[in-house]
Write a protein that binds this ligand. Structure first.
Ligand SMILES: [Zn+2]
Length: 192
């Protein structure tokens, strides 16, 4: 989060005080704007603001997606009497009306594709990350393997291949392989 000079009047996302143009505020694109001192510092609080912001944005994408899809399906439904009429579809020659129908159909299917992209975008937006998430996830992996790991076990160390557990440390395990000792992060280890 960084200190900025307010360019457009708005309000603090925490206390809702008005932020006048020209005053200083704390800002981060993914989290929002706050008066100085109101900005969230704790990662879980930051996550909440990011999540709320991401959800609002994602809702918008989903609304756009729905509108496009509904419209596309309405067109496809409306054209069905023609598009399911084999005689109409296969009659040789250039029929301006048929061309128009086909053009509408192509456009409708394109819109369905765009709707899908919007929905993908929305679901990736909702997946909010904060500082430390990767390390927390890695620690969960370490804890899981630590709960079952015992000296003497055959393990796959990933990078160095198979080895035997000699000792289990806080975040790593000492593994012996061909007489040499290796220190491997617990999150890389798989029991074989
Ligand atoms: Zn505030």
């Amino acid at each position: 989060m960084r200190k900025i000079t307010v360019k457009y009047a708005g309000e603090c996302h925490k206390c809702h005080a008005t932020l006048e143009v020209g005053t200083e505020a704390m800002y981060e694109k993914t989290t929002g704007i706050f008066c100085i001192g109101c900005e969230p510092k704790d990662v879980e609080e930051i996550r909440q603001y990011r999540q709320a912001r991401a959800d609002r944005k994602a809702d918008k994408y989903e609304q756009w997606a729905k509108k496009r899809r509904d419209k596309a399906h309405a067109v496809i439904e409306h054209n069905k009497p023609f598009t399911t009429d084999i005689a109409f579809c296969t009659q040789p020659g250039y029929l301006p009306f048929r061309e128009r129908i086909l053009k509408q159909e192509r456009k409708a299917y394109q819109n369905i594709e765009i709707a899908k992209e919007f929905e993908d975008k929305a679901s990736s937006l909702r997946h909010v990350r904060v500082k430390g998430d990767a390390e927390r996830e890695r620690q969960l992996q370490r804890d899981a393997i630590k709960a079952v790991l015992k000296p003497g076990m055959e393990v796959d160390t990933g990078l160095y291949g198979l080895g035997t557990v000699k000792r289990i440390n806080k975040k790593t395990a000492t593994v012996t392989k061909d007489g040499s000792k290796l220190v491997v992060d617990l999150s890389f280890i798989k029991i074989v």
